[in-house]
Design a binder for this molecule. Structure first.
Ligand SMILES: Nc1ncnc2c1ncn2[C@@H]1O[C@H](COP(=O)(O)OP(=O)(O)OP(=O)(O)O)[C@@H](O)[C@H]1O
Length: 338
């Protein structure tokens, strides 16, 4: 049975002027058994993801491990092929592009990876790492290409002669700067940054976060910023999207993090070490471990861990509904819990 739509499309469609518009995005991984590779089930990693992003806007994406953040980020750049749904970028339906057109379109939508060690080819000099993308998307003469590489290196705080060196000659923070430079070298308008500082020493995390903040302003970049760290998300984001078991539970302006509406967001915030004197949050509500996305609960997927759930929560998937301007939540008990 296909899942019922769970988004108040009117609330989402009302967000005109969006650069990126994601509707009903799904990513299922088949579970196969036996020599014939028979499909015996599906991991529903992302289910019915709907949100939009304006130029220059940063949307933080949070949720506990396994909630589908990475899969969502990769699916919307088509680094993994979505199972269903729509990805619109500045009027283009990205899911309809063929392989060649998609390769060219990547210029507009880039990814910054978590692990700068794993994402840079150790056998290539920085010139070649950055130059490959430039050759594909912005072909130019050799000297123009070097000028472009020097300019982007400078933008991320590295000297121009860094282009002559190999990744192993740099520290972790510098390598992440190279990863950021690679993503930005083709002048994208939208970037997915997947835990871009979590592999770095705490001492250099703030420098890289500040760099992202500066670049976002200078380049008017829209960004989906995936992180476990709520303090980082608060600092960098305009809005925050909370995912649980592949579904969006709440999307709220960062200032509203002191007044979350969804029980899951409240639980997530109460588990965060940050003090928050403005709001008496629910203390940890999570009664058990995350259920398997191969066998999600019926109705509200969060209900099996929610202390406020009633029998009715098993009956229908809650609709993501606007509860205040720019603030959407998917819980059928919002009125009672307010
Ligand atoms: N290639 C894959 N094949 C099968 N299942 C997968 C695959 N990639 C991810 N999953 C599953 O999809 C679900 C969501 O995973 P995902 O990595 O997107 O979550 P996440 O929120 O990013 O977690 P983390 O914060 O730990 O990175 C998990 O149950 C994961 O095991």
């Amino acid at each position: 049975m296909s899942p019922q739509p769970s988004v108040n499309t009117a609330a989402v469609a009302a967000d005109s002027g969006a650069l990126v518009q994601i509707s009903g995005l799904q990513k299922h991984f088949p579970i196969v058994r036996g020599l014939m590779g028979r499909e015996v089930g599906r991991v529903r990693a992302v289910e019915d993801l709907t949100f939009s992003l304006k130029a220059g806007e940063v949307l933080g994406l949070v949720g506990e491990s396994g909630s589908g953040k990475t899969t969502a980020g990769r699916s919307l750049l088509r680094l993994v092929e979505p199972t269903g749904g729509s990805i619109r970028f500045d009027g283009t339906e990205v899911t309809a592009l063929d392989t060649g057109a998609m390769r060219r379109f990547r210029r507009h939508m880039q990814m910054i990876f978590q692990d700068p060690y794993a994402s840079l080819n150790p056998r290539k000099r920085v010139r070649s790492i950055l130059g490959t993308a430039i050759d594909l998307h912005l072909p130019c003469s050799r000297s123009e290409r070097d000028d472009r590489i020097a300019a982007i290196l400078e933008k991320v705080g590295l000297p121009a002669d860094a282009m002559n060196r190999f990744p192993h000659e740099f520290s972790g923070g510098q390598r992440q700067r190279i990863g950021i430079a690679r993503a930005l070298s083709v002048e994208p308008r939208f970037v997915v940054a997947d835990e871009p500082v979590s592999a770095l020493d705490v001492s250099v995390q703030a420098q890289v976060i500040n760099l992202l903040q500066d670049l976002r302003r200078d380049m008017n970049l829209a960004m989906l910023f995936i992180s476990h760290d709520l303090s980082v998300v608060r600092y960098l984001s305009d809005r925050v999207m909370v995912m649980y078991l592949g579904r969006v539970m709440e999307i709220l302006p960062v200032a509203s993090l002191t007044r979350p509406r969804h029980p899951y967001t409240r639980a997530l915030l109460s588990a965060s070490p940050e003090p928050d004197p403005d709001h008496k949050r629910d203390r940890i509500l999570l009664k058990s471990d995350l259920p398997s996305p191969a066998n999600p609960p019926s109705g509200c997927v969060f209900r099996t861990r929610c202390l406020h759930a009633t029998a009715a929560c098993a009956a229908a998937i809650p609709v993501l509904t606007e509860v205040a301007p720019g603030h959407l939540a998917a819980c059928d008990r919002l009125t009672e819990l307010a």
